[in-house]
Design a protein around this ligand. Structure first.
Ligand code: BEZ
Length: 255
């Protein structure tokens, strides 16, 4: 889940309130179709749920994440799997992998070219990349409301920390670095958040880069205003939804 060290992650909060991240990643594991004996790298593995699912196929998996807290939890839950702390922009592997897998991570990684270079180096020629993350238009309404609050609370310089590329943009990045795109899809995936507090918990978990700049009363004001602004569009039948839009790609290393 984390791949650059700028954000501090709370693995318990992540697993208790944001389990949809890995639960919804199961379809991506099916697309990866890991096989016995393959060597697979899970980049941004978080607390290791999908890494464990990949390992069930009989593949040998390495999980990497920049958060030592997440890696600590992943190791404790999966003693038979290797997990290391590493940054997606700088990691290096001892031996190339048959596949690199990554779910809900690459929108955190800037500059993206660095991660693509490391992914390319981590794959054997012919090895595959199977990824999904926030694509162009992801969290569009949530971002607009957040920027509006940043302005209203005296932080007009605030910029979101995420990178949400289009199919064309990310395919070009991959192709420039020796990865041929076989399949790419950009699709809306409204994602239910847990409980009446789901929206504010999402902003609290992921938007520290703005909320940490606020006083505690400004913070409460901001979270309440976000709920008011987003309720007409993102609260349906008693459930909050994040307006997620995913970019899913399969590519192979050609050289
Ligand atoms: C996402 O999975 O799309 C996402 C998660 C946290 C912050 C921004 C986007």
């Amino acid at each position: 889940m984390a791949t650059t060290p700028a954000t501090t992650w709370d693995p318990n909060l992540y697993d208790s309130n944001h389990s949809f991240v890995w639960k919804m990643g199961s379809g991506l594991v099916e697309l990866l179709a890991p096989k016995t004996g393959e060597r697979i790298l899970d980049l941004g593995c978080g607390t290791g749920h999908l890494t464990a699912q990949i390992a069930e196929s009989g593949a040998s998996v390495l999980g990497l994440d920049s958060s030592s807290e997440m890696i600590g939890q992943a190791r404790a839950a999966n003693p038979g799997i290797r997990f290391d702390v590493a940054d997606a922009r700088t990691f290096a592997v001892e031996k190339p992998f048959d596949a690199v897998f990554s779910n809900a991570v690459l929108h955190w990684v800037k500059p993206p070219e660095q991660a693509v270079a490391r992914i390319h180096a981590a794959l054997r020629p012919g090895g595959r990349l199977v990824v999904e993350f926030g694509g162009r238009g992801n969290t569009r309404r949530m971002v607009a409301a957040l920027l509006q609050q940043a302005h209203a609370l005296g932080h007009p310089d605030y910029a979101i920390p995420w990178y949400y590329p289009s199919i064309a943009e990310y395919s070009q990045l991959l192709e420039q670095q020796g990865l041929e795109v076989l399949r790419a899809e950009l699709y809306d995936r409204p994602t239910p958040l847990e409980g009446e507090e789901g929206l504010r918990k999402w902003f609290t978990m992921f938007c520290g880069s703005l909320l940490d700049r606020l006083t505690s009363s400004q913070r409460q004001q901001c979270l309440a205003a976000l709920e008011t602004e987003l309720r007409p569009t993102l609260y349906r039948d008693g459930v909050w939804f994040a307006d997620y839009r995913r970019l899913r790609l399969v590519a192979v290393r050609t050289n």
